[in-house]
Design a protein around this ligand. Structure first.
Ligand SMILES: Cc1cc2nc3c(=O)[nH]c(=O)nc-3n(C[C@H](O)[C@H](O)[C@H](O)COP(=O)(O)OP(=O)(O)OC[C@H]3O[C@@H](n4cnc5c(N)ncnc54)[C@H](O)[C@@H]3O)c2cc1C
Length: 466
């Protein structure tokens, strides 16, 4: 008997799920019909690359983490490893825009805490009282409760300056979140474990660095973030090419599912119907909540409680000669206390080769997020104006850009608030009672592309096992 699997949502999660279904079907000689039903007129969800006039412009994500192995492993299986690009680590530096100028984040800073004394002690980013307060971490006892916000954790261990000048802006560049709402356990468990194990964050991170595997001990070394030569959409295309013919259905928004007689039936806004033995819901959790509202209102409520924030990217191409700053880094982040719209700016053509034609540069500003929702309501001219004003202040650019692109992503970034993991556990327990329905995506156990690949593939395994 042919097993019918319908995947709702054709972002990276849904595509990774559908691809894994086809891999497993082949390996296990199971006759499977897989369909990806996507609401938009294109695959990829928040992944979208535009190639224009020699620029490679990423509207959404520009890279994925290699230290979480799932996306990298998928690229290998898809045969696109040769297209992967490392960051240009000569320019690995990140700047923090503080009090009107860019300060390099001291070498050895591990997201929240310093691990190298000299660069930290000589840094212009922190005051002496701030540095001493951070250093106090080596003496402080363990603390914290069950689930603590990232803001509370950093304030407790390293002080307010570390939170305001480093942790908050770095975290905003990843989660677009308010650190006082963000669950540490759900987002950065490594730091929680370091405190539990080593008491001091600084000493624990230093110890972990000393004992980390040395380069060359485990095959090809990738930089922390990698991308594809033809842009992130290259991954979407490679996945879509591996799916069986006519397995992708575009422009069909699934509105509800029901189970009239032992099989699931999905209905779309346009009146299409799909029958399925298994359903993988790989849409955003707010969309999953709507799809499941009649089948299990409790699951739908839990899904609806996961909040999302919106963000936008403003990409600007310039002639290199028009940018006075040396652009000797990957970009800069902006603390909220500075009152700017830009959360983070990436020097895209410095970070990766081939992002701009010879003699030009590509810069990308990330704006909006949980702490600045109003930005998304502004029109293109306003958004562009803000980005250009702030780039002038930060980098001294007054020239007209040769290229500008704006991409808005409303309700696209899940916010892992304090209590998130407990909510997800309840949700997973409850959803397990829906026979043959599997949830996957960035809303649950990791927001990045690598996590989404893992989540989609795990849903595929579960769908073909149960
Ligand atoms: C601006 C931005 C920058 C980012 N940068 C990075 C980065 O550099 N690195 C990184 O790892 N991650 C980054 N992320 C996060 C990353 O993009 C996401 O984690 C990942 O792409 C999410 O994939 P997904 O498939 O789970 O969800 P999505 O990409 O949101 O896809 C969900 C899909 O489901 C479809 N859908 C929704 N409802 C329905 C329905 N009812 N019926 C049918 N289809 C439906 C949607 O149209 C969409 O295509 C970034 C995100 C944004 C917004």
């Amino acid at each position: 008997m042919r097993l019918s699997v319908v995947v709702v949502g054709g972002g990276i999660t849904g595509l990774a799920a559908a691809h894994r279904v086809t891999e497993l079907a082949r390996e296990r000689a199971i006759d499977v019909d897989v369909k990806v039903v996507e609401a938009r007129d294109r695959l990829g969800g928040t992944i979208a690359t535009e190639r224009v006039d020699g620029f490679v412009v990423e509207a959404g994500p520009d890279s994925f983490l290699s230290e979480k192995p799932w996306a990298l492993a998928l690229c290998r299986r898809l045969g696109v490893e040769s297209k992967l690009l490392r960051t240009d680590d000569r320019f690995r530096k990140i700047f923090v825009w503080y009090r009107g100028r860019l300060h390099p984040l001291p070498d050895g800073f591990q997201l929240l805490a310093p691990t190298r004394l000299l660069p930290f002690a000589t840094s212009s980013l922190f005051s002496w009282p701030g540095k001493l307060r951070m250093g106090l971490d080596v003496l402080l006892p363990r603390g914290g409760g069950d689930d603590e916000s990232l803001g509370a954790f950093v304030r407790r261990r390293l002080g307010r300056e570390a939170l305001e000048r480093v942790a908050q802006p770095l975290v905003a560049g990843i989660y677009t979140a308010d650190p006082d709402e963000l669950s540490l356990a759900a987002t950065m468990p490594r730091f929680l474990e370091t405190e539990r194990r080593d008491r001091s964050l600084i000493l624990g991170l230093r110890r972990a660095l000393r004992t980390a595997p040395q380069p060359g001990t485990s095959g090809a070394r990738w930089s922390l973030f990698v991308t594809l030569a033809d842009g992130m959409e290259g991954l979407v295309r490679a996945l879509a090419e591996r799916l069986p013919d006519s397995s992708v259905v575009l422009r069909q928004r699934v509105t509800s599912i029901e189970r009239p007689a032992g099989r699931w039936r999905l209905a779309t806004a346009d009146g299409a119907r799909f029958e399925a033995d298994r359903i993988i819901i790989a849409a955003e959790s707010h969309a999953a909540a709507r799809v499941l509202r009649y089948v299990d209102p409790t699951v739908a409520t839990l899904l609806g409680e996961i909040e999302y924030a919106g963000a936008a990217t403003v990409s600007l191409g310039y002639q290199r000669a028009d940018v006075p700053h040396p652009l000797d880094g990957f970009g800069f982040v902006v603390p909220r206390t500075e009152g700017k719209s830009i959360l983070a700016a990436t020097f895209s053509s410095v970070k990766y080769p081939g992002r701009a034609p010879e003699g030009y540069v590509l810069l990308r500003c990330f704006v909006g997020g949980a702490l600045d929702a109003r930005v998304l309501t502004e029109d293109d001219a306003q958004l562009l104006g803000r980005a250009r004003t702030e780039l002038r202040e930060a980098l001294g650019i007054t020239a007209e850009p040769v290229l500008s692109r704006i991409a808005r992503w409303p309700a696209s970034m899940p916010q892992y608030r304090v209590g998130h993991l407990a909510r997800v556990e309840t949700l997973e327990r409850r959803a397990a009672a829906l026979p043959g329905v599997h949830l996957a995506g960035g809303a649950y156990r990791g927001v990045g592309i690598a996590d989404c690949v893992r989540s989609g593939e795990a849903a595929a395994e579960a769908a073909l096992t149960t």
